[in-house]
Design a protein around this ligand. Structure first.
Ligand SMILES: NC(=O)c1ccc[n+]([C@@H]2O[C@H](COP(=O)([O-])OP(=O)(O)OC[C@H]3O[C@@H](n4cnc5c(N)ncnc54)[C@H](OP(=O)(O)O)[C@@H]3O)[C@@H](O)[C@H]2O)c1
Length: 290
C-alpha cells in the first residue's frame, strides 16, 4: 500500500479562499476589517519568517496585519505595556506573540496578559479551559488545523484509536483534548505518549490515527505503524538545510493509508487557523459592541 498524501498546502489555500469571501461579506455588512497584531521580539530569522508568512496570508484574505518589533533586550514589563496597549486598541482583534521569547522574558506572564477575546493562539488559560469543556471561543491553531485536515480528507475519527506522540501545551495536550471531545472529527479513543512512555512502539502500533509532535527527525518508523493507519506529522526539523518532520516519510508511506508531508502538511494549516481565529475575534468584537 502506498499512502495517499494529505495536501495541507492545498487544503489551507481552500480555507483561506473561503475566509476571504466571508471577510468581504463581513466588511460589507459591518465596515470592520479583521486586524491581527503580531508581536515579534528580537531578530530571530526563523521567527521573522513565520510572522511574515502569517502577515502575508492575512493581507491576501483581506484582513489587516500590523507588526510590533520590540528589541531583543526588552523587559517583561515593557512587553506587558505593549500587550496592554493592544488589548485596549479597539481596532485590533487578534494578538499573536511569536514564540520563543528571549530568556529574560517571563513568557507565561506575557501570554496570560493577552485578553482572552483577542487570544487567537488560544494559549490563555481561559481559552484552554473553554476548549476542555467543549465551549471554545477559539481553538488552538495547530491541533485545530490537524482536525480540519482529517475532516477534509474524509478520515473517520469517531470510534477510532488516536495516538498522539508529544504532550506539549501547544500541540500534544490540546490535540488529545480535541480528538476526545464529543463532536465532529472527534469522539476518538485517545492515548498520549511522551518521553516517559514505556514501550511506545507497541502503543503506536495500535493506532488508527497517529499524530506525531515530538521534534525528532525519523522518530516514527514504519514498523510502528499499523497497516492502513492515518499518519499526521506535526514535526518541523531542519536536517542538512532541509525541513523534515518527525516521521520516516518514505518508509511509512508504504504502510499507512494517508500521510501528511513536511513541508506542505500541517504547517500551512496552522496559519490558516490563525486567520480564522482572527476573523472569529473580529465577529466577537462586533457582537460585543452591538
Ligand atoms: N507544523 C506546525 O505548525 C507546528 C506547530 C508547532 C510545533 N511544530 C513542531 O512540532 C514538533 C513538536 O513541537 P512541540 O512544541 O510540541 O515540542 P515540545 O514542547 O518540545 O514537546 C515535544 C514532546 O515530545 C516528547 N518527546 C520528546 N522526545 C521523546 C521521545 N524520545 N519519546 C517520546 N516522546 C518524546 C516530549 O515528551 P516530554 O513531555 O516527556 O518531554 C514532549 O512532550 C516540533 O518539531 C515543532 O517544531 C509544528
Amino acid at each position: 500500500m502506498t499512502a495517499e498524501i494529505i495536501d495541507g498546502k492545498g487544503i489551507a489555500a481552500t480555507i483561506r479562499q473561503e475566509l476571504a469571501v466571508d471577510v468581504k461579506v463581513f466588511h460589507a455588512e459591518t465596515g470592520v476589517t479583521p486586524h491581527l497584531a503580531a508581536v515579534l521580539v528580537g531578530d530571530d530569522p526563523a521567527s521573522a519568517v513565520y510572522v511574515r508568512n502569517k502577515q502575508r496570508a492575512c493581507e491576501v484574505a483581506g484582513m489587516k496585519s500590523s507588526l510590533h518589533t520590540p528589541p531583543a533586550e526588552t523587559s517583561t514589563d515593557e512587553l506587558l505595556d505593549l500587550i496592554q496597549r493592544l488589548n485596549e486598541d479597539s481596532t485590533v482583534h487578534g494578538i499573536l506573540v511569536q514564540l520563543p521569547l528571549p530568556d529574560q522574558i517571563d513568557e507565561l506572564r506575557v501570554l496570560d496578559a493577552v485578553v482572552p477575546t483577542k487570544d487567537v493562539d488560544a494559549f490563555h488559560p481561559d481559552n484552554v479551559g473553554r476548549m476542555i469543556q467543549g465551549r471554545a471561543r477559539f481553538l488552538p491553531c495547530t491541533p485545530h488545523g490537524v482536525q480540519e485536515l482529517l475532516r477534509r480528507s474524509n478520515v473517520e475519527v469517531a470510534g477510532s484509536h488516536a495516538v498522539v506522540i508529544g504532550r506539549s501545551e501547544i500541540v500534544g495536550k490540546p490535540m488529545a483534548a480535541l480528538l476526545v471531545q464529543k463532536g465532529d472529527e472527534a469522539n476518538a479513543t485517545v492515548t498520549i505518549c511522551h518521553s516517559r512512555t514505556r514501550d511506545l512502539p507497541s502503543i503506536v502500533r495500535l493506532a488508527d490515527i497517529v499524530v506525531a509532535a515530538i521534534g525528532q527527525p525519523k522518530f516514527v518508523t514504519a514498523d510502528m505503524i499499523k497497516p492502513g493507519a492515518v499518519v499526521i506529522d506535526v514535526g518541523v526539523n531542519r536536517v542538512d538545510g532541509k525541513l523534515v518532520g518527525d516521521v520516516d516519510y518514505d518508509a511509512v508511506r508504504e504502510v499507512a493509508s494517508k500521510i501528511t508531508p513536511v513541508p506542505g502538511g500541517v504547517g500551512p494549516m496552522t496559519i490558516a487557523m490563525v486567520l480564522r481565529n482572527t476573523f472569529t475575534a473580529a465577529k466577537l468584537s462586533v457582537n460585543a459592541d452591538g
